[in-house]
Design a binder for this molecule. Structure first.
Ligand SMILES: Cc1ncc(COP(=O)(O)O)c(C=O)c1O
Length: 434
């Protein structure tokens, strides 16, 4: 029996320093409750996979087993299945990217690419530049490699170039090395905003002239509702951009297939890191996706997803207008998320238990900042619940928010307790009454 550790974990003293960044979020337990069917969850970013006909997947799986069974069940290449990489080129061409099949590395979801790239570049104390707010699980990865995140302000047109210049200058003046800019330029998670074309060019120029690599994460780019967004940043810059893509949102996340498109030397290192981590990404799911892309109308299926999410986005924005007209929020033209600003004095994290009690869940804004800001922000996802549930969820949320505001108003209007000054002898004078 060891004498060190804690009551809960006898190995507490044995962990590497970098695991300090792996604390479970305080809202995790609540999310377990929020997954109950009676709760309308506007919290998670789960794609609505039921809009994908099952036969399309089961047919592809059967053909894979019939025609390529032994290979699909075998270890594969650390870079990924060549014939799938060919098809990934077609997918990326839809966003203006031209590349070669050798430039792609298939990974276990784009999340794994994020981890591998962070591992390749980050020493403790190195700086990653990231939008404010940014994708929560990317922040967790950066933290787990002991990176320091320097947030860069964004507005409704995405990352603000001047703020990027200023942040680079400030970090450099502090003598800290900047390793890359992490950005989700299209339908960002969590803000739901899209970087304009002019700003894409300006930001690429700033990074080029400052010798900063860009890590462009693009899971949502093909899920547009109101016309095609600007082409990917990688479409104009080969050498200074690592691009991440995934089949999680345009097909299904259960396959766990994503990819990185990276300049030659970096790509070689990603392959080695991929092999060290998983030997090879799943052959089976790569074969199934290859088969699906070969036989199914995958562009038509993406169109179906667009239609589903557009309807849900509309339901959410209409419900916000109807039930919470005094708040402000972003207007996503694609993707999964709306970013809502609450009144200054509301704290979305402490409000969450009351929301879950009212049977609605959201993600508190603080999850999306490395520096604890975002107290009065919330992320609402419209991807999973049906339009009716979304409307009901927003109605419940309005009850919670209005209740909180009433409570705050009541307390701020309460007159201070009268100070009683004894007229004669003082017995036990109360401390600090004056
Ligand atoms: C911005 C962003 N990047 C990466 C991922 C990870 O996606 P996956 O690993 O399923 O490809 C997500 C998932 O929600 C995301 O929103």
């Amino acid at each position: 029996m060891t004498t060190q550790g804690t009551n809960l974990d006898q190995w507490y003293d044995h962990y590497a320093d970098r695991t300090a960044g792996l604390a479970a979020s305080e809202v995790r337990a609540l999310f377990a409750v929020a997954s109950r069917p009676e709760v309308v969850s506007l919290a998670g970013g789960m794609p609505f996979v039921s809009a994908l006909p099952k036969e399309l997947v089961s047919g592809a799986m059967e053909r894979v087993m019939r025609d390529s069974g032994p290979a699909a069940l075998q270890y594969g290449s650390g870079q990924g299945l060549p014939q799938l990489r060919e098809q990934i080129l077609e997918v990326m061409a839809l966003e203006g990217i031209r590349a070669g099949v050798d430039e792609i590395v298939v990974t276990t979801g784009s999340q794994h690419a994020l981890e591998l790239i962070t591992k390749l570049f980050i020493d403790p104390g190195d700086v990653v530049l990231a939008e404010a707010p940014s994708y929560v699980t990317a922040l967790t990865v950066f933290k787990s490699f002991q990176a320091e995140v320097a947030h860069v302000v964004m507005d409704e047109f995405g990352l603000v170039p001047q703020a990027l210049r200023e942040t680079i200058a400030r970090v450099r003046a502090e003598g800290k090395p900047i390793k890359f800019l992490y950005t989700i330029p299209t339908f960002s998670n969590p803000a739901g905003v899209t970087l304009t074309w002019e700003r894409r060019l300006e930001i690429l120029e700033i990074c080029r002239s400052n010798d900063i690599l860009v890590l462009e994460d693009n899971p949502y780019g093909l899920l547009y509702f109101d016309g095609q967004p600007p082409h990917a940043m990688r479409s104009v810059e080969d050498d200074g951009v690592i691009y991440l893509g995934t089949f999680s949102k345009t097909l299904a996340p259960g396959f766990r297939v994503g990819w990185a498109l990276a300049p030659h030397a970096i790509r070689e290192k990603i392959i080695l890191a991929n092999e060290a981590a998983v030997l090879s990404p799943s052959s089976f799911t790569q074969y199934v996706i290859h088969e699906y892309l070969s036989e199914a109308d995958w562009k038509g299926q993406i169109n179906t997803f667009r239609g589903v999410y557009r309807e849900r986005r509309d339901a959410m924005l209409t419900a916000l207008d109807d039930y919470l007209p005094d708040l402000s929020w972003t207007n996503p033209t694609g993707g999964f998320y709306v970013w809502v600003t609450l009144p200054e004095n509301l704290d979305s994290k402490s409000m969450l238990p009351r929301a879950v009690k009212e049977l609605v869940a959201y993600t508190p804004g603080t999850a999306f900042y490395a520096d604890g800001s975002g107290r009065n922000k919330i992320r609402l996802s419209f991807c999973y619940p049906t339009p009716d549930f979304i409307r009901e969820g927003i109605r419940r949320l309005s009850t919670v928010i209005n209740g909180e505001l009433e409570l705050l108003t009541t307390f701020s209007q309460t007159a201070p307790l009268p100070v009683v000054r004894p007229e004669t002898s003082v017995i036990n004078p109360p401390a600090n009454l004056s």
